[in-house]
Design a protein around this ligand. Sequence first.
Ligand code: AP5
Length: 191
Amino acid sequence: MSNVLIFGPPGVGKGTQADLISKKYKLTHLSSGDLLRAELKHGRHKVKIKELLDAGKLVPDDMITEMIEKAVVQGLKKGGFLFDGYPRTLKQARSLDKFLKSKKVKLDAVINLKLSEKDAEKRILKRGQTSGRSDDNKKIIKARFGIYRTQTVPLLEYYKKQKKIINIDGRPAVIDVFAKIVEDLHEALKS
Ligand code: AP5
């Protein structure tokens, strides 16, 4: 059983690749963004979540950690997970390590998808024409990139120390990025 994290800036293609990887490796795709957007419809914190998502800000660590842990417990019997969008802060990363350890599993690899902010912005703005996401606009994209740089990028050092990072160029076509991920992930999961 393997557990993999897909990491990278907003719009880099995490969700797109996570769908493909989770199908190929039969992992449960756990997207924190999708969990939060589902919560907007009926969840007990929907007003607070909406306010934060609309502003491109992170929801509190404890809130998202509780949601992820609940989903992990529900899916554990089915096998491994593909974490997408969580963890996003050092506190979340430490929580996840501790929680997985308590379940006698661990994170095996971190796929770091790389793309310039300029290209990622283009992708998000294009998606924004049809996505209906309130955070897919120029002003909020800027805020999301800022938060990514200050709060999320430090995780790369954290996982580098654990020797889990697989760097992947996010610029090529979806299918080519996927092929490279499969090639490198195969090696990483072997070792
Ligand atoms: P979340 O939903 O996780 O958004 P994000 O990280 O900003 O990422 P995106 O969904 O914008 O992009 P992506 O990298 O998944 O790219 P995608 O595959 O869609 O989080 C949203 C919000 O929730 C956060 O801002 C925060 O408020 C909150 N939140 C989430 N997690 C949290 C956490 N852990 N803690 C606290 N708060 C949290 O691709 C983008 C577009 O590009 C698509 O249209 C796609 O078709 C296209 N595309 C993909 N790959 C390619 C390619 N190779 N070539 C051309 N186009 C491509």
